[in-house]
Design a protein around this ligand. Sequence first.
Ligand code: OGA
Ligand code: NI
Length: 312
Amino acid sequence: MGEVDPACIQDTQHRPKLAVIEAEGIPLIDLSSANAFNHVSQIADACKNWGFFQVINHGVPSESRRKIEDAARKFFALPLEEKRKVSRDEVNPLGYFDTEHTKNVRDWKEVFDLVVSSPAFIPASPDPDEKELNELINQWPQYPPELREVCEEYAREMEKLAFKLLGLISLSLGFPENRFNLLFEESTNFIRFNHYPPCPIPHLALGAGRHKDGVALTILAQDDVGGLQVKLKTNGEWVRVKPTPDTYIINVGDIVQVWSNDTFESVEHRVMVNSEGERFSIPFFFSPGHHVWVKPLEELTKGEKPKYRAYN
Ligand code: OGA
Ligand code: NI
């Protein structure tokens, strides 16, 4: 990404201000069991007012995170021709990709995508009557050789944390803890490696343009560089999410917004880049199985009008 591709230039209104207000930040929730009593109300507040929160004492061993972060760095340090050997293509959306666009502007980043249980299946088209399924197959690079094992171990840890969070979200909506569990029986979960190289024009480009996550929940590991910004629900300002060591950043995605009939909203976020250094992040995207029709939950729509029609 040495030369500046004009496709990376953001429209004036979307360019990041380089001096960003550093609000006190998204809520930090301590998941250690001593505090269990408070989790539900803390999560309800965070999901209502921010759409984002961070967790500490989450139970994910720091060793599995360190290993996957190392492996991601090693992979992206490979020559481009090596990375392109596992490129995504028209048939397979998994693997390496360096020309992601968000809202038609090219993102200043490269990514590597994999599914947690491979092969995974998704409907071949968005048509509601589509019966055909496409198989998603992971593409493992030769180097680093430990990548696959490290990802599989990390994925197991992420699923444990995701189910813990799902239970708390369910409780905070007033449902039993296991209300959503059946819907995740054949969940289609992705891990993405993001690499944001240094950028000579950080005031004109974005590492990831503003977007919402289409999934149920995202669990993000970011490194110590910083760059993630969240759009405040109160006044629409972009605030930076300051990196805190050994925490994960959680956001509810569009699916939780629909299930909760807008009680919890999926919030816009984006990534700033900088000219000095590179940045890495690893989101885990948690979604129900492809057969699940997503719609506002019946328990809620007895008393209120459903705001969405079912989709899958
Ligand atoms: C994403 C995302 C944020 C980050 O991959 O959907 O929002 O900090 N990433 O990399
Ligand atoms: Ni995102």
